[in-house]
Ligand binder design. Structure first.
Ligand code: TXA
Ligand code: MG
Length: 327
């Protein structure tokens, strides 16, 4: 596996070729790093599942370069989803739509719908354009971590997660630290009204404003029994250290909290973001730091409020849940 730090046009053309040849390329997006492969190549996708250690019935998001590619993968595209695509793509949003025959069972986990996203990161977009220029149709990319673990937001973190599993022909594109830091908002667009399956930086409020509707937040948990979406299982996004969301840290424990929260004596401060956006951006690196330092427990003071705080609290609740029903 090679790490490419200079993502020049020719390097991205090489990376696209690497994908076309059936290999894996980890790449930066504005949310987290993805582990990409050709979404039309069954053998390559099978290998991707093995590298991630993910059950094969968990569907993958197909990344495309623009909404002009939507109807290749989606057979029915409700008006509201076109509105969402126009407003929020490229960006941290995934739409679940009824599939075409291009989205085969090995991508959708046998479901009749497919997850589609146009990422905003310049490296991701340029890679997608090169890939399509070379005849590719879409890049399947889950977060570039082992199943159930913390999503990587830097190329170093991808290396830590996957270097033991990637082969000589695979690549990691280094595009710096991800700006958003938590995974995309997933919106189910297979019904009359959209529902949020996973909260992210495209917030419930922004979706409601765009569509002129109000949405129900109960849908976040009630769907978890119906769709096989690993991010909506109860335990996920977990570091080795135990994540604790209440109580007071002791000396030797880790702490993640907004900067306004003072660090008690002897406690290891892992992040002190000034805003909720910064909180989202730094959260997963702070979890990784806890594991690098060999800490047993990380105390996290969850952010209050709506917007991105909803996504942060969703991930915190799952990372603190040690039930082993998903991993
Ligand atoms: O921000 C993101 O979405 C990142 C970057 C790399 O784009 N990707 C990501 O992929 O988070 P992944 O596979 O780690 O999480 C995607 C979630 C999974 O829980 C998966 O089960 C769900 O989306 N998903 C994908 N396709 C789906 C579908 N057709 N129906 C329901 N859930 C789906
Ligand atoms: Mg993931």
């Amino acid at each position: 596996m090679r790490i490419i730090s200079n993502c020049s046009v020719s390097a991205l053309a090489d990376a696209a070729k690497t994908l076309i040849q059936g290999n894996l390329v980890a790449f930066p997006t504005e949310t987290v790093y993805g582990l990409g492969t050709d979404a039309s190549n069954k053998d390559a996708v099978t290998r991707l599942y093995a590298v991630k250690g993910r059950p094969s019935d968990h569907p993958l998001i197909v990344h495309i370069s623009s909404d002009a590619q939507l109807d290749k993968w989606a057979s029915e595209i409700p008006k509201y989803s076109i509105k969402l695509a126009r407003n929020f793509w490229p960006g941290p949003m995934t739409l679940i739509l009824p599939r075409t025959s291009l989205a085969q069972d090995f991508i959708t986990g046998g479901q009749n719908n497919v997850g589609l996203r146009v990422p905003e990161h310049t490296v991701a977009l340029a890679l997608l354009k090169e890939f399509e220029k070379q005849g590719g149709l879409g890049i399947a990319a889950p977060s570039a971590n082992r199943f159930g673990k913390v999503s990587p937001t830097t190329a170093d973190a991808v290396c830590d997660e996957l270097s033991d599993y990637l082969s000589k022909r695979d690549l990691i594109l280094d595009g710096g630290a991800c700006a958003v830091g938590v995974e995309s908002t997933i919106i189910d667009c297979t019904k009359k009204k959209p529902t949020i399956l996973r909260p992210g930086a495209v917030t419930k409020e922004a979706i409601e404003d765009t569509l002129g509707i109000s949405m129900d937040f109960d849908s976040l948990t009630s769907v978890s029994n119906q769709v096989k979406a690993s991010g909506v299982l109860t335990s996920h996004y977990a570091p080795r250290a135990k994540v604790v969301l209440s109580g007071v840290p002791n000396a030797g424990d880790g702490l993640i909290a907004l900067a306004s929260y003072a660090t008690p004596a002897g406690v290891v401060r892992l992040a002190e973001p000034r805003t909720n956006e910064e909180y989202a951006k730094n959260l997963y690196e702070a979890f990784r730091l806890a594991d690098h330092k060999g800490l047993q427990r990380v105390f996290v003071i969850p952010p209050a409020g709506s917007g991105i705080a909803i996504a942060i609290n969703d991930r915190l609740a799952k990372s603190a849940n040690t039930k082993s029903d998903s991993i």
